[in-house]
Design a protein around this ligand. Sequence first.
Ligand code: FEO
Length: 400
Amino acid sequence: MNISNHIRYVGVQDRTKHRFEGQWLLPHGISYNAYLVDGGTEIALIDTVEADFFDVFLEKVRAELGDRKIDYLVINHMEPDHSGSIALVRKYFPGIRFVGNKKTFQMVEGFYGVSTADDVEVKEGDELRVGDITLRFHLVPMLHWPETMVTYLVDEEALFSGDAFGCFGALNGAVVDTQMDVEPYFPEMERYYAAILGKYASPVQQALKKLAAQPMKAICSTHGPVWTANIPRVIETYRRLSAGETEEGVVVCYGSMYGNSQRVAEAVAEGVAEAGVRKIIVHNLSVSQPSFVLRDVFRYRGLAVGGPTYNGGLFPVVDDLLKRLAGREVSKHKLAIFGGYTWGGQAVKLIRQYNEAMKMDEVAFGADNLSALEWKQGACADVLAQARELGRALGQAVKG
Ligand code: FEO
């Protein structure tokens, strides 16, 4: 499948896996993109695919190659959704030379034990001639692992970007953005960023700065469409998310056993609406899946979070969300806290502890400038009135 004069698409579509990395739901599947770069007398393969798909991948590669051999396998990223087939590639294409950096080869050895003395170790800015064309390598550590690099095809100003600029969602026929409706991929790009890269805002920003110097006619990511006409929008999406820029809006996240915390959450949302905020999303954390919640939190400026004390700790689904947020860059948010208990209150205190890592700005509310809403046992009318007040304060804080 031709992407350009020198680039052929040999990626595969995964429509069967329920959860990427064993945890993130895939309602629209995911692609593992790999590319052949044809330099005339020599050929490089850029990345591979998950091992389960090796047979389809091999068929595609052979359809493109005929009886030609592959000279190089460029390993941009060692996470097994891309590196899973490298041992098989070495077996099926003897003589192939792997191209990676020092950390890549430590992982090639550790995961698969298949590095050889003929492999090519590269450093930042190194170039490799592949027949008539030139590949240049840029190290982008922590985007998404420490060994990660990107590869630039100088002759076509095309960037093989690894996970960067990727998204969830399998490809449905077309590969290049100009040949498809790209709109469904953008929410999935935000969900992908929040789930996979949300911890690495600073490395993403550094990589964006480094790559800004390169003219780019195509971005060939390992997940999702090949970007051409949409490059400015894609880069802006990653820039905005990694800069922590948010829209006016509030996400209310709660866990509830018997409905008291749910009634408080609903009242908080009512208060946010009374403040004039129009974009409000309420997530029952026992029902909503984490990656969708994270995507919404990354998108909107306000977060209200709460639930009951449970076994002397936080209600598990609330604890799970906060643990995930504490490991991500979300410090520019406004936070409203609520928590109930029956005989010993811990929820509010524990949410605050998580916020030491999240570093969100906690909103105060009411005449007494309360910093959180805490109640004992039932969510009575007085508690619900306070919850609306908390919501109004959060709504005001996120406006503008
Ligand atoms: Fe698509 Fe970090 O692997």
